[in-house]
Design a protein around this ligand. Structure first.
Ligand code: G1P
Length: 299
């Protein structure tokens, strides 16, 4: 590629999912607002996007998700109270983290027709520029944020990229799976991909971890994309069609950090343990308490 690829300014966050696996917690509270330590899951993912230089945050929401919009807005009464009580540290955190005016957009997916459909709902807001896509269920824990590494690879190869990492063979049917030219390379050309392959049919053990950089041509493809696995409009099926085009480079970027699937109870609980242990001023005490607790149970 001779000219630098177009800058990625916008990131899309599909947050319309119902979160049935976490009922009753998610009856009135969106699953994206459940907390890992003291930050909602969605805030962790927005932090990752910010660290990668994203300037505009596009949320594809649904019914009962209004509180996500409130979370990324200023809270006048709360700020006033903190000010009156001299809680400057807390106030500073709130103010520093508030997106600037006009930096967020919200649109609604009116029916749960699948991830491909959710992404397509963002087409007008994204427009004709490449964009990042981050699935909020998946927390990517790493000293170098996943999307930042992908941006670096994008600067080299341009086009479309997905983050991948190996999963045990018996779990391939739960994910999008890609087959690549060189499975050991950090960045590799993608040969093919399939969404939730039937057991024993996966072309490799590399799964799509929920971080993408996509060219806007994906929207035209999604417009005509029929239902696939689970009878849902699948993003992976649309990406496979994009991959078939000569003008659309498609690469995998290997993610070597730790993954926590906050859409599952065990992933969510382990995310709390891992992020808690890593948190300054909390980690040591948490480690002691967990050790004490385990000793008591086994003793
Ligand atoms: C989605 C994607 C899948 C990807 C997964 C990562 O599936 O369709 O390709 O591997 O996220 O979490 P879902 O988890 O929505 O079934």
């Amino acid at each position: 590629m001779t000219t630098a690829p177009a800058k990625i300014r916008k990131a899309v966050f599909p947050v319309a999912g119902l979160g049935t696996r976490f009922l009753p917690a998610t009856k009135a509270c969106p699953k994206e607002m459940l907390t890992v330590v003291d930050r909602p899951v969605i805030q962790h993912v927005v932090d990752e996007a910010k660290a990668a230089g994203i300037e505009h945050f596009v949320f594809v929401t649904g019914r009962n998700k209004g509180v996500i919009e409130d979370h990324f807005d200023s809270q006048f009464e709360l700020e006033r109270t903190l000010e009156d009580r001299g809680k400057t540290a807390e106030l500073t955190v709130l103010r520093e983290e508030l997106p600037a005016a006009g930096q967020t957009s919200f649109t609604r997916q009116q029916a749960a027709l699948g991830l491909g459909h959710a992404v397509w709902c963002a087409r007008d807001i994204v427009g004709s520029e490449p964009f990042a896509l981050l699935l909020p269920d998946m927390l990517h824990y790493s000293s170098r944020p996943c999307l930042a590494s992908m941006m670096e690879a994008y600067g080299e190869v341009g086009g479309n990229l997905v983050a991948v990492s190996p999963v045990p063979e018996d779990q391939t049917q739960n994910y999008g799976i890609v087959d690549v030219e060189d499975a050991k390379a950090g960045v590799s050309e993608i040969k093919t991909m399939v969404e939730k392959p039937k057991p024993g049919t996966a072309p490799s053990n590399l799964h799509i971890t929920g971080r993408y950089i996509l060219q806007p041509e994906i929207f035209d493809i999604l417009e005509t994309q029929g239902p696939g696995a689970g009878n849902e409009i699948q993003l992976t099926d649309a990406m496979l069609r994009l991959l078939g085009r000569a003008d659309q480079p498609f690469h995998s970027v290997r993610f070597d950090g730790e993954l926590y699937d906050c859409g599952s109870k065990i992933g969510f609980l382990m995310a709390n343990v891992a992020y808690g242990l890593a948190r300054e001023g909390l980690g040591d005490e948490l480690r002691e308490e967990i050790t004490k607790h385990l000793d008591k149970k086994s003793g």
